[in-house]
Structures are given as C-alpha cells and as structure tokens.
Design a protein around this ligand. Structure first.
Ligand code: SF4
Length: 276
C-alpha cells in the first residue's frame, strides 16, 4: 500500500461490494465489515468507554453506494420496528394548518408550536381569513414561538399568495410551494409528504442531518446536498416516513450530545456508535 494513502487496505471480500451485492441474496445486505472484535457484539458496557479506551468502532463507515444502501436498509427496517407510530408531531387537520405550523416551527420546538396553533386556527381557519388578518394580531398569537414578527409576516404573506395564486388552496408541488413566504424546500417536503402523501423529496432537518452523518451515509455540509445523497439510498415510498423515523430516533436515542448508543437498535451498523 503506497505510503500516504488514506484508503485502508481491505480484504478482497469488501473490495468489490457492488459485485458482492449482485451475488448476495436479498436477505444478506452488503454491510461494511467490522474492523475489530469480529463476530462479537458490543455491549452497553463497551459503548460507555471513552474513545481512548475503545479498541475500535463497531462498524466501518460505508464507502460505496452498495454499502450505504445496505446500512440504509437496515436502519430503515429497524427504526420502522422501533417506532411503528412515528409521525409528524405538529398538530394539524389539513394542509393549510400544517403549512402554518411548519412555518412556526423554525427555531422552535413542535411542543411549543402545538401550544399556539389552536388559537391561531380558531381565529384564522382558512387562507382567506388569514390573508386579511392584521399582522400585529397574528404576532400576539405566535409571540412565544420566537422570531414572531417575521413569522407573523410570513403567515399573512403566505395566505395572501395562496389566495392570489391558488384560490386559497395549498399547492402540491415543491416548485409552487417554495415561493410562498416562510417556505423553503424542507417545509415544502413536510407539506407534500404529510398532507398529500407525495414523496418528492426528503425532509432534512437538524436531526436528519446529524443521523445521516453518524451513519456515514453522507459527508455533505448542507441540507440540499444531504437530501440529494439520501434519496437514492432509500425507497421513494418511504421518504416521508424515513424523516419521521430519523427525527424520532434523534429525539429519543441519538441525541446531539451523549447519544444513547448502549441501547440503540442500530448500533451494530452505526460507525459512530460510542464515538461521542
Ligand atoms: S445512538 Fe449511537 S449507535 Fe445509535 S445511531 Fe446514534 S451514534 Fe449511532
């Protein structure tokens, strides 16, 4: 192996994972080989060790597309089993309400948003009603969600555009959603996936970013790049659910600080297990 090369020498069995993937039965995904402790499952005791005390990570970071797809498949199935009720945690009864709630959720917890939206929806149940609201009145309702002046302005502006361009209805494409005030690609994906069951993209929030990186599925620095890398790794019909599963896992186990690797259901395929 040439001196200075970054690529670790690997056994032949993992040198051509794409070929191995074609030959392997569907039930045997091409997971990257463990770098140490082969065949020995790590225990929660092991995960509790400091990095300097650990012999090696549990799983190698997936490098090839086949390896990433294999990790992605295991993660998806395990998290489906772990969180069978995973869903959008913003309370809503229709696409308009979800759009309002998602705009309010920027830099704010879902729980806090759910505290203010009942009053907002009672006062302004439709885009037509919200479009003629006084921004100051909306500010008072959404004040506790933070950035309330900008959010109130976006809500009224969004409602006006819905009325002007779409007869008060919420459109069903990313291209039509992103020009709405307060709406970016992430919000558009939330609306399409949860209000209309349309999987046009993947919601990449802070949890999805963190988990995708920890699984070694991406090294992209921004949400757009991460979404582009994740889409070919997961079945399109699961994209909306995938976001919920990653968000639920991020909130309940894979915390930003001190993730609960010892009890994590995907620790054996996660190259970051016990690393933070
Ligand atoms: S909790 Fe630990 S093992 Fe589980 S996904 Fe997060 S970093 Fe990986």
């Amino acid at each position: 192996m040439p001196k200075g090369s970054n690529a670790p020498r690997q056994p032949l069995s993992v040198k051509k994972p794409a070929k191995a993937a074609r030959q392997a039965p569907a039930a045997a995904p091409v997971l990257p080989e463990r770098s140490a402790g082969k065949g020995k499952r790590k225990t929660s005791k092991t995960f509790g060790l400091k990095p300097s005390q650990r012999a090696a990570p549990v799983a190698k970071s997936p490098k090839t597309k086949a390896e990433k797809q294999a990790v992605a498949g295991v993660v998806l199935e395990r998290l489906k089993a772990e969180y069978p009720d995973a869903h959008c945690e913003l309370d809503h009864r229709n696409a308009f309400e979800l759009l309002c709630a998602t705009i309010l959720s920027a830099q704010c917890t879902d729980a806090r948003v759910n505290m203010v939206t009942p009053a907002l929806f009672e006062a302004y149940p439709t885009a037509h009603a919200l479009s003629v609201a006084k921004v100051e009145a909306v500010e008072e309702i959404v004040r506790t969600t933070g950035f309330f002046r900008a959010k109130a302005k976006s809500l009224v502006g969004m409602a006006n555009m819905l009325v002007d361009r779409f007869g008060g209805d919420v459109p069903r494409t990313i291209a039509e959603l992103v020009p709405l005030p307060g709406v970016g690609r992430k919000t558009a994906n939330v609306i399409l996936g949860n209000a209309f069951d349309i999987n046009e993209g993947i919601v990449v929030d802070t949890h999805v970013q963190r988990l995708a990186r920890r699984f070694g599925l991406t090294r992209e620095p921004d949400p757009i790049g991460i979404e582009r890398e994740l889409m070919p790794l997961f079945p399109q019909q699961d994209w909306a659910l995938l976001s919920h599963l990653l968000i639920w896992h991020g909130r309940r186990a894979c915390f930003a600080r001190k993730p609960a690797c010892g009890s994590c259901v995907v620790a054996d395929v996660c190259p970051s297990a016990g690393m933070e």
